[in-house]
Design a protein around this ligand. Structure first.
Ligand code: ARG
Length: 454
């Protein structure tokens, strides 16, 4: 199964808009692998196209930003915005951008060198963010990878009569029940659809997957509908499920969409740092006895976990809000609550001996709080399978939450270490060990850490 996610454009910092694709995609990749699929995770980065002509022009005029960090990327973003405007106003700049774009396509060494530097800078700035989020890709086949793989698809579409060449020379696709779209411009230039069509042909040939999953925001729904219809019309991907996992935008605390042009954009790095700082304050207040390094590690696990969970437990189609208090609440439907229940299991287990844990007789678990937990455990495979058929991790997130709640009830009603008899104590310890394992597995599948103490 090929799962494509994150796929950011180059020469830009990742912002909250990218976090959804990244998080949903990684959770799906984890869960599909747990279901037994061989998963190929791929980030289809935006590393080609006419914006590079603008970028190269800007760099030639203003020089390469120094440094190799987020600040350098922010400078590139600014340069791009400025020269994009300039190209609209000044014909000479526009012409320069076209020339650079062409030089890049023709493999001019200077253009390629700058292009490589831009892509390298972006990837290296993004890498630590992916590490923090537990995200990894098997391949990063960006748009440029498909640059020399598009001609056959255009030819095929023409030959089969799925596309036609207009008098002006452009290649147009007309399919029943779809707005028409271009596969080639009159100057021979290719488009987003062309690159994506070539991508499907490549994946089909290279991997023969059961399914190709695209985790891309809802504004691209029409693009994927047209793309899939085109490939079907051409007789491609006959035995491959083509799935667009679509999701809604992230809105700020003020209820308004976040956008750079509105000046309220939240960048991914800042978002993770903010989550970390807030979680650190909670760790300092609730576990002052722990050593500094441990509180720091807990802050990262809880902060990043809260961000991930906030995204996964909601219906992906809906707009989600950044509500810090709810995200980091130790009570309620949040990652910290589930992590906390897991850590409580671990804390009990630390105080017991191994033989105690292994020897329990489950038939002694007859209290309603105990049977509720046994049922929850039995339901875990269903929750994981539901993710595999519905392509949303929400079912597993909900399982984690419901199970954490059942664990809380068990703690309240059924003492473990001070159980009435040694036999009941052993049976409960075995249950607690199973719960710890279930909650940790559930969290890990979602991409969330499960620290031993909070
Ligand atoms: N780079 C695109 C963007 O940032 C997303 C790419 C989605 N994937 C695809 N195969 N078209 O909007």
């Amino acid at each position: 199964m090929l799962v494509e996610y994150s796929s950011p454009n180059m020469a830009r910092r990742m912002h909250v808009g990218h976090i959804r694709s990244t998080i949903i995609g990684q959770a799906l990749a984890n869960i599909m692998a747990a279901l037994g699929y061989r998963v190929i995770s791929d980030s289809h980065i935006g590393d080609w196209g006419k914006n590079f002509g603008i970028l190269l022009t800007a760099i030639r005029h203003e020089g390469r930003p120094t440094g190799n960090d987020e600040a350098a990327l922010a400078i590139l973003e600014g340069l791009y915005a400025r020269y994009n405007r300039l190209a609209e106003e000044e014909a000479t700049i526009d012409q320069e951008a076209r020339d650079w774009s062409l030089r890049l396509e023709q493999g001019d060494p200077e253009a390629l060198d700058l292009w490589r530097w831009i892509v390298g800078l972006t990837l290296s700035v993004n890498a630590p963010l992916y590490t923090r989020l537990g995200v990894r890709f098997d391949t990063i086949h960006g748009e440029s990878f498909f640059n020399d793989k598009m001609a056959p698809i255009v030819a095929e579409a023409l030959k089969q009569g799925v596309a036609t060449r207009t008098d002006g020379g452009a290649v147009v696709v007309t399919l029943p029940e779809q707005p028409t779209f271009l596969l080639q411009r009159s100057d021979g230039g290719t488009l987003y659809h062309t690159r994506d069509a070539a991508t499907i042909a490549f994946r089909e040939e290279e991997y023969r997957p059961t399914a190709i999953i695209y985790v891309v925001d809802g504004r691209q729904e029409l693009h994927f509908r047209q793309l899939f219809a085109l490939m079907r019309a051409l007789g491609h991907a006959r035995e491959i499920a083509l799935v667009h996992v679509s999701f809604g935008v992230v809105i700020g605390p003020d209820g308004r969409p976040l956008a750079a042009r509105r000046g309220n954009m939240v960048y991914l790095q800042a978002l993770l740092n903010e989550a970390h700082t807030r979680a650190r304050a909670i760790a300092d207040a609730s576990s002052p006895h722990l050593p500094e390094v441990e509180r720091e590690a807990i802050a990262e696990a809880v902060g990043v976990g809260a961000v991930i969970y906030n995204d996964l437990h909601q219906d992906p189609r809906r707009t989600i809000a950044l509500d810090w208090d709810q995200m980091l609440a130790l009570q309620g439907n949040s990652a910290p609550y589930i992590q906390y229940m897991h850590a409580r299991c671990r804390s009990i287990l630390r105080r017991a001996t191994l033989t105690d844990i292994g020897s329990g007789d489950p038939s002694l678990l007859t209290h309603p709080a105990e049977t509720a937990l046994l049922k929850a455990l039995a339901l875990m495979p269903n929750a994981v399978r539901a993710v595999g058929t519905r392509y949303t991790a929400a079912a597993l997130a909900e399982w984690c939450y419901e199970t954490a709640r059942a664990t809380a009830t068990f703690y309240r009603d059924c003492p473990t270490l001070t159980a009435p008899t040694p036999e009941v104590r052993a049976a409960r310890l075995r249950l607690v060990a199973a719960m710890a394992q279930g909650l940790a597995s559930g969290l890990h599948l979602l991409g969330i850490a499960a620290p031993d103490q909070l």
